[in-house]
Design a binder for this molecule. Structure first.
Ligand code: SF4
Length: 399
């Protein structure tokens, strides 16, 4: 047994093989951890790596970006005893095994995928392996979608995308970059292809009813600044970030890392913050200020500064793990800042060819995949949905 096999074996040894494995129920990437661990226990290391890759051909992405604390690792039943199975470590070791890049012979069917984010890349990889001719279009000049456009480089090494790109090229996926697909392009692609898959993500920010040049939205802020190591705002600027998800904490941490003062305004409480735990801890270590259970009620602008009036919210029952809330008429803190960055959620971009009701299949050839269909979820969810749509297209021949 080599060193990697020994580490895998000792990592899997204490898995209880639960009848109802919480590691699988909560895994963002929907990985069959219990079966993977069982294969490792039987010394079937290659089979375990093949099972991992069959669900997720890009573990380098999920290992880098998925929050396992709120997923498989954090929910392992043994976490209650303080010794959870290190599913992330196991995945990392298995990802050192070679990925099988053999494809089935070309089956005569062509698919155009619009959007080279995690869902589009996963879908393209699986379909290419099944013998489909796959072309992925993206308006950026490289793959990655939201990862490339919005995640700060201190949280993600861009080089990881090269590894994903090389895998896609190796299975024969073709790319058309720097191309935004408009209605005419979509209609032309529909004529030429057997299937069109829209993996467009949710790249439009939800708005607040206030406008000012001092108010910006999180996605636009990150698009301009996520690749910068140093921000060039005047050093004494104070920012308020409105929201509690990863976009909010990416904005906050980017600013905090550059020495700016940041207060975060959130509608729920600390325990309901949906951002990755690691990012929250980082912001705390950098001295972020918080105003919880508060919503913006009004904004006054004077002398190029914002005075944000808030109202308190009242938390109610938990829905999908997060407290619901209602606005009250109780006055909350007033917040003074130079700039407000609003990160209260995303919705799909508008394209003429998208119907109002977004369903998996919108016409005889066109499918939706990933965040566009389900709303903003994790990278693991997007990769898994690519696998799901590939099997829908292949098993049912698109029906
Ligand atoms: S929850 Fe933990 S102990 Fe149970 S099957 Fe999953 S990894 Fe093993």
């Amino acid at each position: 047994m080599n060193e990697i096999e020994s580490k895998l074996k000792s990592g899997a040894l204490n898995c209880l093989g639960c009848a109802s494995p919480r590691c699988e129920q909560f895994c963002h990437g929907h990985l069959p951890h219990r079966t993977i661990l069982s294969l490792i226990k039987q010394d079937k290391f290659i089979e375990a790596s093949e099972l991992l890759y069959s669900c997720n051909p890009f573990p380098e992405l999920t290992l880098s970006l998925c929050d396992c604390e709120s997923g498989a690792y954090g929910h392992c039943i043994k976490n209650k005893l303080g010794s959870p199975i290190d599913t992330k470590g196991i995945e990392s070791l298995l990802s050192t095994y070679p990925l099988n890049l053999k494809t089935k012979p070309y089956n005569g069917k062509n698919v155009s995928i619009i959007g080279a984010g995690p869902a589009g890349c996963s879908l393209g990889f699986h379909l290419a392996k099944l013998g489909y001719g796959v072309t992925i279009f993206d308006e950026n000049d490289f793959i990655g979608g939201a990862i490339l456009s919005y995640i700060p480089r201190f949280r993600f090494d861009e080089k990881i995308l090269n590894s994903v790109f090389n895998k896609l090229k190796a299975v024969g996926v073709k790319f058309v970059f720097s191309k935004r697909i408009e209605n005419d392009d979509y209609l032309a692609l529909k004529k030429k292809n057997d299937f069109i898959c829209l993996c467009l993500g949710t790249n439009s920010s939800r708005k607040i009813p206030f406008e000012s040049n001092l108010i910006e939205y999180g996605l636009s802020f990150l698009k301009k600044n996520c690749q910068k190591e140093q921000l060039s705002f005047p050093k004494n600027k104070v920012f308020c970030v409105y929201g509690g998800g990863n976009v909010a904490f990416d904005c906050a941490n980017l600013l905090l890392n550059n020495g700016y003062k940041v207060n975060l305004l959130y509608r729920r409480d600390f325990s309901s913050l949906p951002a990755n735990k690691k990012e929250i801890e980082h912001a705390l270590s950098k001295g972020i200020g918080f105003a919880f259970t508060s919503v913006i009620n009004d904004i006054e602008i004077s002398n190029e500064r914002l005075l944000i009036h808030t109202l308190k919210t009242q938390l109610g029952e938990k829905i999908n793990g997060r407290a619901s809330f209602v606005n009250t008429s109780i006055k909350g803190d007033d917040i003074v800042c130079d700039n407000l960055i609003v990160c209260i959620g995303q919705k799909p971009c508008q394209f003429d060819f998208l119907p109002l009701d977004l369903e998996r299949k919108i016409d005889e050839k066109t499918y939706l995949c990933g965040d566009l269909l389900y709303g903003s979820k994790t990278i693991g969810d997007a990769i898994f949905d690519g696998l799901q749509l590939a099997s829908i297209i292949d098993n049912n021949n698109g029906i």
